[in-house]
Write a protein that binds this ligand. Structure first.
Ligand code: PEP
Ligand code: MG
Length: 572
């Protein structure tokens, strides 16, 4: 019987294969005390040696398959085993309180896991997972339980498990392990990150998958959408989908390193990545991003318990700018309010927070908070080319006020003898229809525009982007949106400025041909969409996209526009 489940797509890819249920015997900690302390200590130290040998082997496998950075995880694991503080604690419990070895390790490990787990910092929370992974391995050896050896799997399977530890994930041989599906975990868990580097599709957070499958069931999974089907009703369809995905990926791989050029040789479009934290820069570079088109700075504020200070922000911006190594970084000033709240600041109650006190409206009102951010950004501009971008601009006066404030801060810093970069650009998001319609006037003052279609569409269609009842109105291809885009792009070009887009639309394959035809200069998207956008551009001439855009602007409906795009792309 076929059955569908939905989890979190954690590593892109399609897989269809036999289920391999990773059913490790649970660790049950015996409660009785030891009667032979010496024997207990000898068992523990022999187990530590076995676990260490495993880690050395795992490190070797990881180094070959995953590279140095991932292999370092196992070095970190070995250092936990070698940590004298921890081993002294459990040795003391055995010697002084006659604890059995497993109970002693469990008690000490739990203390460290709870301590790290409670910390705010992601780094320390990951350390909790590391301690758990290592000490579970150790306890299995102490208790004489089998330790799963996933490295020996030699037929095509999809692994189904409660969870996969980093050490288990590193053992997976992508030749045989076609995917994995777990009850728990999410996009940022260690297993997910490893799955992405191994390029094994993964769906996590499925809650009930382990108990829904039997050995030898067939599983089909989509690591992008999070869809999983047990004993799929139409297996052939899944197999075809998997084949198609594989071919597309192989084809796209080369576009990570190729330059961005249209079929007729136009090479001025640039493809960039959107990021939320300095950690995301790596993916942008890996996928061939030519810059960061949007750094959503609010995450620095949201993952915090206080407004980040000027220095704290400076460090984060400097890191991104330095890591981008000469490629431009566009940083958006605080876009808080609406759906984004801060735990340490109370926003006024409003009937329509999306139409209320948010983004530039808030920062222009709270210059104390704005000042710290602007100064940090200006200081970071000394380390590489940056653009400062203001969100939710509705009027020319707002833009002029924000720009003047920035220039005042620059003068202030220069007086203090602090260096500010020469390549600084000051631009704005176009996400309110009033700004799109009046773009030509804004372009007299702004160095660039970046269209935030997520908001531009919600405000144009009067359809809350958070409401599942009106999602049908999220219509990027509606001719009314295309006309607003045309006004924005033409407005920028009239004054010699550039226009980009950093809303989700920029990375949609159907949007790229239209945006090229409208003359959009910069396309900023999630990093993994970059190769696909570059591939699409390579297949099109400017002229054919311009003809497409002209026709699309004359359409009445979104469907008509999409039909035009599909018609153009079907033979590419
Ligand atoms: C947008 O509105 O399109 C945008 C990029 O900003 P955010 O999604 O952060 O509101
Ligand atoms: Mg927005």
């Amino acid at each position: 019987m076929s059955m569908k489940l939905k989890g979190i797509g954690a590593s892109n890819g399609i897989a269809v294969a036999k289920v391999y249920v990773l059913d490790e015997q649970p660790i049950v900690i015996p409660q009785e005390n030891t009667t032979d302390v010496e024997k207990e200590l000898a068992n523990v130290s022999a187990s530590i040696e076995k676990a260490k040998t495993d880690l050395v082997n795992l490190q070797k496998i990881a180094l070959e398959k995953l590279g140095e950075e991932k292999a370092a995880i196992f070095e970190a694991h070995a250092s936990i085993l070698e940590d004298p503080a921890m081993s002294e604690e459990f040795t003391a419990l055995i010697k002084e309180q006659n604890y059995n070895g497993a109970k002693a390790i469990d008690e000490v490990a739990t203390k460290y896991i709870e301590m790290f787990g409670a910390m705010d910092d992601d780094y320390f929370r990951e350390r909790a997972a590391d301690v758990k992974d290592v000490t579970e391995r150790l306890m299995r050896y102490v208790l004489g339980l089998p330790v799963a050896d996933l490295a020996t799997i030699n037929e095509e399977v999809i692994i189904v498990a409660e969870d996969l530890t980093p050490s288990q994930t590193a053992q997976l041989n992508p030749l045989f392990v076609k995917g994995f599906a777990c009850n728990i975990g999410g996009r940022t868990s260690h297993a997910a990150i490893m799955a992405r580097s191994l390029e094994i599709p993964a769906v996590l957070g499925l809650k009930t998958i382990v108990h829904s499958v039997k050995e030898n069931d067939i599983l089909a999974m989509d690591g992008l959408t999070g869809e999983v089907e047990i004993n799929p009703a139409n297996k052939d369809e899944w197999t075809k989908k998997a084949e198609k995905f594989k071919q597309e990926q192989a084809e796209l791989e080369k576009f990570k390193t190729l330059p961005t050029v249209t079929k007729d040789g136009f090479d001025k479009f640039i493809l960039e990545g959107n990021i939320g934290s300095p950690k995301d820069v790596a993916a942008v570079l890996e996928n061939g991003g030519e810059g960061v088109g949007l750094f959503r700075s609010e995450f620095l504020y949201m993952d915090n318990d206080h407004f980040p200070t000027e220095d704290e922000q400076f460090e984060a911006y400097k890191k991104v700018v330095s890591d981008m190594n000469g490629k431009v970084t566009i940083i958006r000033t605080l876009d808080i309010g609406g759906d984004k709240k801060l735990s340490y600041f109370e926003f006024p109650e409003e009937m329509n927070p999306f139409l209320g006190y948010r983004a530039i409206r808030f920062t222009l009102d709270r210059k104390d908070i704005f000042r710290d951010q602007i100064r940090a950004l200006l200081r970071a501009s000394a380390f590489g080319p940056i653009g400062i971008m203001f969100p939710m601009i509705a009027t020319v006066d707002e833009f002029k006020a924000a720009k003047q404030f920035t220039l005042d801060c620059k003068v202030e810093l220069e007086k203090e003898g602090v260096k500010v970069g020469a390549d600084l650009e000051i631009g704005m998001m176009v996400e309110i229809p009033a700004a799109a319609v009046n773009a030509e006037n804004f372009a007299k003052h702004a160095d660039f525009f970046s269209v935030g279609t997520n908001d531009l569409i919600q405000y144009s269609m009067a359809a809350d982007r958070m409401s599942e009842h009106v999602t049908y109105l999220y219509q990027p291809y509606n001719p009314s949106i295309l006309r607003l885009l045309k006004l924005t792009i033409d407005g920028a070009h009239k004054h010699g400025k550039w226009a980009g887009m950093c809303g989700e639309m920029a990375g949609e394959p159907e949007a790229v041909p239209l945006l090229m035809g409208l003359g959009l200069d910069a396309y900023s998207m999630s990093a993994t969409s970059i190769p696909q956008a570059r591939s699409i551009m390579s297949k099109l001439t400017l002229e054919e996209t311009q003809t497409l855009a002209a026709k699309a602007l004359e359409c009445e409906t979104s469907d008509e526009v999409l039909a035009l795009v599909n018609d153009l792309m079907k033979n590419k």
